[in-house]
Design a protein around this ligand. Structure first.
Ligand code: PLP
Length: 398
């Protein structure tokens, strides 16, 4: 049985062509420590990391590549942005109910520690993540940060980030965007967006390897660094470097990951982002239609695929989401994800607690056959009683 991979929102599979060879280069002809030495291998590694950063800057519309710091992933970038933006005592933060735990948990931890408060923006109409007017109303004199995901990893719904940025800017409040489900899916020019901080992983829509991500900081904005240590220069200085990217890149970097991500960005630059987006919308539309026709299947989120990235959540009457996903994998070779997808408040909003949903997500390699196979398999499932006991894990929601 072949594998039908519909879990690109978890991690892209396969990666972009060129990622593997680029990672191997870092173990071969540029296997020196980047930024930490003057011999040929160290210089080769430094240049290769620089080139990867410049390629990503071109892809993401960032004039100065130095405004992109490499991190260990979106989670690390979001922790740096959130912890580096909120006050030690008191203060106020705003986020939507669609946030991933990579945003929610640092915010909740800050609230416990500082005694600050958080406003959670309620969902907007027709599957929209929130109403800009609610954001405007939520801003207080002591609001230190607005943190919003650009697209939900549960429903795929795209947030009005530019509008939120205009509101934040007009009120002088910092905006952090979690671009984890948007990067590589929605064309973006970060320097032209009114955002202060933008985070994403390398391994999802950017088609790179796991273990590497990015934090974009708009020009002129620096944060207290979360991790401090060696930087390869100015070692006698007590303080960490003053500016991005070195300020946020203490220690030896994930050179294999960075070079792999650079190769993935080079691949994406050779594609037409508007054609890729049109294909994603077509794919999502096909999935929505195919699944929507099946008796007992309920789709969650926005109905219009043009308002979503390639992510779709659904439930099958009488079946725990975990049992659906397990059956799809075991009987049909279809890989999807089930549970809460690390976004518990999103499921509270959808009414899908405690078990969550089944989530299918498309990628650039998804074929028409893949798109036909999922509804066919789900129809088979929906017509039957569960044949396996739902694993406790899946029933609780991962
Ligand atoms: C919306 C969103 N934010 C943050 C993350 C965290 O990404 P990572 O686990 O790669 O750090 C994810 C991953 O699923 C996500 O979907």
């Amino acid at each position: 049985m072949g594998v039908i991979y519909l879990d690109h929102a978890a991690t892209a599979n396969p990666k972009a062509p060129g990622v593997g060879p680029a990672m191997l280069r870092s173990l071969g002809d540029c296997n020196g420590n980047p930024g930490h030495g003057a011999h040929r291998l160290s210089v080769a590694a430094t240049l290769a990391v620089y080139e990867a950063r410049a390629t990503l800057a071109e892809l993401l519309g960032v004039r100065d590549p130095g405004r992109l710091a490499f991190t260990a992933g979106a989670t690390a970038a979001l922790n740096q942005a959130i912890r580096g933006s909120l006050p030690e005592h008191g203060g106020h933060a705003i986020c939507s109910v669609w946030e991933h735990n990579a945003v929610l948990r640092p915010l909740l931890e800050w609230r416990r520690r500082s005694g600050g408060t958080i406003t959670f923006l309620p969902p907007g109409p027709d599957g929209a993540p929130f109403r800009p007017a609610d954001l405007e109303r939520a801003i207080q004199a002591d609001t230190a940060l607005i943190a919003l995901s650009a697209a939900s990893n549960v429903t795929g719904a795209i947030a009005p980030v530019a509008e939120a940025g205009e509101i934040a800017r007009a009120r002088g409040v910092r905006l952090l965007v979690d671009g984890s489900q948007a990067a590589g899916h929605l064309p973006v020019a970060l320097d032209r967006l009114p955002v202060d901080l933008w985070a994403c992983p390398g391994h999802k829509g950017l088609l790179g390897p796991q273990g590497v991500g990015l934090l974009y900081l708009r020009e002129g904005l620096e944060l207290p660094p979360l991790v401090v240590g060696g930087g390869g220069f100015d070692s006698a200085r007590e303080d960490p470097p003053d500016e991005a990217p070195e300020r946020y890149e203490a220690g030896t970097q994930n050179t294999p990951g960075i070079l792999g991500l650079g190769a993935a960005a080079a691949h994406l630059l050779r594609q037409d982002p508007h054609a890729a987006r049109a294909r994603e919308v077509r794919h999502l539309d096909a999935l929505q239609r195919g699944l929507g026709r099946i008796a007992g299947v309920r789709l969650h989120g926005a109905a219009d695929p043009r308002r979503c990235v390639g992510v779709l959540s659904f439930a099958v009457a009488g079946w725990a989401p975990g049992a659906v996903a397990e059956t799809l994998d075991r009987r049909f070779g279809i890989c999807v994800r089930a549970g809460l997808h690390c976004a518990p408040m999103a499921h509270e909003a959808l009414g899908t607690l405690p078990a969550g949903t089944v989530r299918a997500s498309v990628g650039p390699w998804t074929t028409d056959d893949d798109l036909a196979a999922l509804p066919e398999a789900v129809a088979w499932i929906a017509a039957r009683a569960p044949e396996i006991a739902a694993p406790a894990e899946a029933a609780r929601g991962a």
